[in-house]
Design a protein around this ligand. Structure first.
Ligand code: ZN
Length: 83
């Protein structure tokens, strides 16, 4: 959850994790670093740094990367006469 305050009326604004995620996705799609939303009380624009929102998102549990099989090292051919 992300909490901020409206800079105009000091209304406390809480964004649920899903809302934060949606906000980040929306801003990322627009390639914007600032997410802009309307204050629920005074309807003025409230700007939130996307990087601050990202910090509030839970880390995605990444599936463990499958270990790549190491290719067998090529054995040098014997019998090559040294020059
Ligand atoms: Zn406000």
């Amino acid at each position: 959850m992300y909490s901020t305050r409206c800079t105009y009326c000091r209304q406390l604004i809480n964004l649920k994790t899903e809302e934060v995620r949606a906000a980040v996705e929306e801003a990322t799609a627009k390639k914007e670093k600032i997410y802009v939303m309307h204050c629920p009380k005074c309807r003025k624009l409230v700007k939130i740094q996307v990087k601050h929102l990202k910090l509030k998102l839970p880390q995605e549990i990444a599936a463990p990367a499958a270990e790549e099989e190491q290719p067998e090292p090529e054995t040098p051919e014997f019998g090559v006469p040294a020059q």
